[in-house]
Design a binder for this molecule. Structure first.
Ligand code: PLP
Length: 451
């Protein structure tokens, strides 16, 4: 008989579960939080303790944790046609309906949707699409992928190579051919005396230099999050996308907007691309597409890339790529309902109208002696903690300040996320102003306790 651990949920977890992206010292010290259910913006653990989830699960559970309409849509589809998972030549009617809906919501006049089960898979798929298109066009050397410092695009081998986090060196990544452009974070990377406009111009110049240095004929595409999320909620400097877009067009380099976090309303607009007027060539979507009730990712190709991929696939007789569970009828029914909820229950409107209050409460952390920068857009906010405000020197990483804040917040019944030196808040779209106040009151108490 295997030893499966002790009797409590936490002991059983520790004995049998391996947690990713979890701070091991904190896990060993505090144990996991084992949850049973949720109500609105709160979740409950096995001891009945309630937590306000200021992270919407993982940026995705935006309609609340017990949305009756979404659950009913899931159950209705489960009774009608639950488990037909092949996406190869056959497809469920609801998935066709969802595709039409996604194209109509997209910034494209026409296009095509390709389904995956996650954001990582969608980005990974997009890379393969670009590679195949270029090979079939007779440009096999056009393979390099540009992403930016502090980018997060996923965990597969290709998308970890696109993710500019130091931890990927644990895996010997990035692979060759995954290039890094600058992170357009003015507060952190602006030079002394440099204006924001001059900084943006420098970002654009550096991108052009990178393309020229590597050879434009070797570059397949650039991926960018409208606001870098897991990098610590980093909105671009003023005019950034306006400055880089023409450069990419000039060199015929597709711009792929990774909207896994920004898409479906996080910034008060359907897409982060709408917010900044980005005009991408394709969109990577996931997370809020199902409001966190089902795993789903999607590559939404604009007309040009869709036509090019179709041509390449016709020549090869197929696009040789696909996931067993992608385009599932259950996920599609959930997504259709989640999109209804976002639009008709006014969730995106709620983000838009409550953003000023959210950002005002966030900005109050700016007075704290260890706050380097407070930044936010829509319902995404970050407080970056520094050892020295003047020099912007970060705390010694061994002190794990943002981790300590998140742990202390948990004790108080608040879930927030440490991302690097920043504490990040990304509440569900259904949050009210009163709940926003509770969330920030708890965080203020927490920060006061930690320092
Ligand atoms: N792209 C972005 C911008 C993300 O934030 C994430 C996840 O947080 C991903 C891709 C990867 O998505 P997934 O975790 O579903 O693989």
């Amino acid at each position: 008989m295997a030893d499966t651990g002790g009797n409590s949920w936490e002991e059983k977890d520790m004995a049998n579960v391996f947690h990713g992206f979890t701070d091991f010292p904190s896990l060993k010290e505090n144990g996991p939080v084992v949850l049973t259910h949720g109500e609105g913006i709160h979740v409950f653990d096995v001891h009945g303790k309630r937590y306000l989830d200021a992270n919407s699960g993982l940026w995705n559970n935006v309609a609340g944790f017990n949305h009756t309409g979404i659950v009913e849509a899931l159950c209705a589809q489960a009774q009608r046609f639950p488990g037909y998972h092949s996406f190869f030549g056959r497809i469920a009617d609801v998935t066709v309906e969802l595709s039409e809906r996604l194209i109509s919501l997209s910034p494209f006049d026409s296009g095509k949707v390709y389904y995956t089960n996650s954001g990582s898979e969608a980005n990974d798929t997009m890379v393969k699409m670009l590679w195949m298109i270029n090979r079939r066009k007779g440009m096999p050397e056009r393979r390099k992928i540009i992403t930016r410092i502090n980018a997060y695009h996923g965990v597969t081998v290709a998308t970890a190579s696109m993710t500019a986090k130091p931890y990927n060196s644990e895996f010997g990544l990035p692979l060759p051919g995954f290039l890094r452009a600058d992170c357009p974070h003015f507060w952190r990377f602006g030079l002394e005396e440099e204006t924001e406009d001059a900084f943006t111009a420098r970002m654009a110049r550096n991108l052009r230099d990178l393309i020229e240095r590597e050879g434009p004929e070797t570059i397949a595409g650039m991926f960018a999050e409208p606001v870098q999320g897991a990098g610590g909620v980093i909105p671009p400097s003023k005019g950034y996308f306006d400055a880089i877009r023409p450069i990419l067009r000039e060199y015929d380099i597709p711009l792929i907007a990774d909207e896994v976090i920004c898409g479906f309303g996080r910034m008060g607009t359907m897409w982060g691309s709408d917010y900044y007027g980005i005009e991408p060539d394709a969109i990577i979507a996931s997370k809020c597409i199902t409001a966190g009730y089902y795993p789903m990712g999607a590559v939404i190709l604009g007309a040009k890339l869709a036509a090019e991929l179709e041509e390449a696939s016709e020549a090869a007789e197929e696009f040789p790529h696909g996931f067993t569970a992608a385009g599932s009828p259950l996920g599609s029914a959930v997504a259709l309902k989640a999109l209804d909820v976002l639009e008709t229950e006014g969730l995106i409107d709620n983000v838009r109208s409550l953003t000023p209050h959210f950002l005002e409460r966030l900005s109050r952390f700016g007075d704290h002696p260890h706050t380097g920068e407070v930044r936010g857009v829509g319902f995404m906010g970050a407080i970056e903690m520094v050892a020295d405000r003047k020099t912007k020197a970060p705390f010694d990483s061994k002190l794990r300040v943002s981790e300590r804040i998140a742990n202390k917040a948990l004790e108080k019944g608040l879930i927030c996320r440490p991302l690097g030196a920043a504490v990040v808040l990304a509440p569900p779209f259904i949050i009210t102003n009163a709940e926003t106040d509770t969330m920030f009151d708890l965080l203020e108490e927490t920060v006061a306790d930690v320092f």
